[in-house]
Structures are given as C-alpha cells and as structure tokens.
Design a binder for this molecule. Structure first.
Ligand SMILES: Cc1cc2nc3c(=O)[nH]c(=O)nc-3n(C[C@H](O)[C@H](O)[C@H](O)COP(=O)(O)O)c2cc1C
Length: 145
C-alpha cells in the first residue's frame, strides 16, 4: 500500500482541518496516511519511507508561517527528488503560502508535483470539504491508485 505523509502548520486550526480532509481523500483511494503538525518533525529522517508528501501552511502577512519555513530547510536535507507532492493551506484574501510551498517542492526538491496547490478560505465553505478530499484523491491517482 503506498504511503503518504501530510505535514501542516496552523494558527487557528483551519489548515489542520484541510489536512485531515486531504488525508481522507487519500485513504478513500487506498493510501496509508500519516498526519503531523510541523512541530512534531524533529529531523529529516522523519521523512524517510513515504511515496507522497503533502505540506500545508496558512497565509499570514502575505507569507507561510515560520514553522513551515524552518521545516522546508529541514526537508531540503531529505532526498525527496522524484517523490509525489502537493501543497495546501487556508487563507483569507491573498493566500501566498500554498504556492510558495509548491514552488519550493517543485524547483528545489525536484519533486513530481500534482497540477497545483490547494487554497481554501475555509473547509466548511463553498464545497471546501469535497475540494480537499478530491485533492487527496488527485495525489492518490499520481501514486497509481
Ligand atoms: C493577523 C492576520 C494576518 C493575516 N494575513 C493574511 C494574508 O496576508 N493573506 C491571506 O490570504 N490571509 C491572511 N490572514 C487570514 C488567514 O490566513 C485565515 O484566517 C486562515 O483561515 C487561517 O488559517 P489557520 O486556521 O490554519 O491558521 C490573516 C489573518 C490574521 C489574523
């Protein structure tokens, strides 16, 4: 069974909710999912052994949260080249964080990314639940599920 890891950072919990829904979509498709807050990842060896990597941060002051920035420097040391990837995050109006994470995964880590990042104002608004689950399914599809 292919394995996916989802790592998020959040201030008020919305990005965690999106992470959980993406995890549901992956599980529905048959992937094994591990979900972590970025604070739980202490070194790059925690990233060993997965087939897909999905990283998420809310946007604050036009940027990703500090915890995700620090984590991406750590993830640079893991060999993620060629692994499947996606990114996501809750936002209010500009939502820069998910695309910045996506571009780092694509251009620096050389990962095999899905078509784009997932940005949601809220998982409970405008079909957000389905969109987040579908994003999980899209990643699963890239894993051949
Ligand atoms: C002080 C502050 C600054 C924010 N700055 C931005 C911003 O620059 N762009 C944006 O799209 N949303 C911004 N937001 C909105 C948050 O991204 C939004 O509330 C999001 O749902 C929070 O997600 P979280 O629950 O995962 O922390 C800001 C919110 C606060 C409280």
């Amino acid at each position: 069974m292919p394995k996916a890891i989802i790592i998020y950072t959040t201030r008020t919990g919305e990005t965690k909710r999106i992470a959980e829904l993406i995890g549901e979509g992956l599980r529905f498709s048959g992937a094994e999912v591990s979900l972590f807050n970025v604070n739980e990842i202490k070194n790059e060896s925690a990233l060993d052994g997965y087939d897909a990597y999905v990283f998420g941060s809310a946007t604050y002051h036009g940027d990703m949260m500090q915890g995700m920035k620090t984590f991406l420097f750590l993830a640079e040391k893991a060999n993620l080249a060629g692994k499947k990837g996606g990114s996501f995050g809750a936002f209010g109006w500009s939502g820069e964080a998910p695309d910045r994470i996506f571009n780092t995964m694509k251009n620096i880590f050389n990962m095999d990314m899905v078509s784009g990042s997932l940005r949601l104002k809220s998982s409970s608004l405008g079909g957000g639940i389905t969109m987040a689950q579908d994003y999980g399914r899209e990643i699963a599809k890239k894993l051949g599920l």
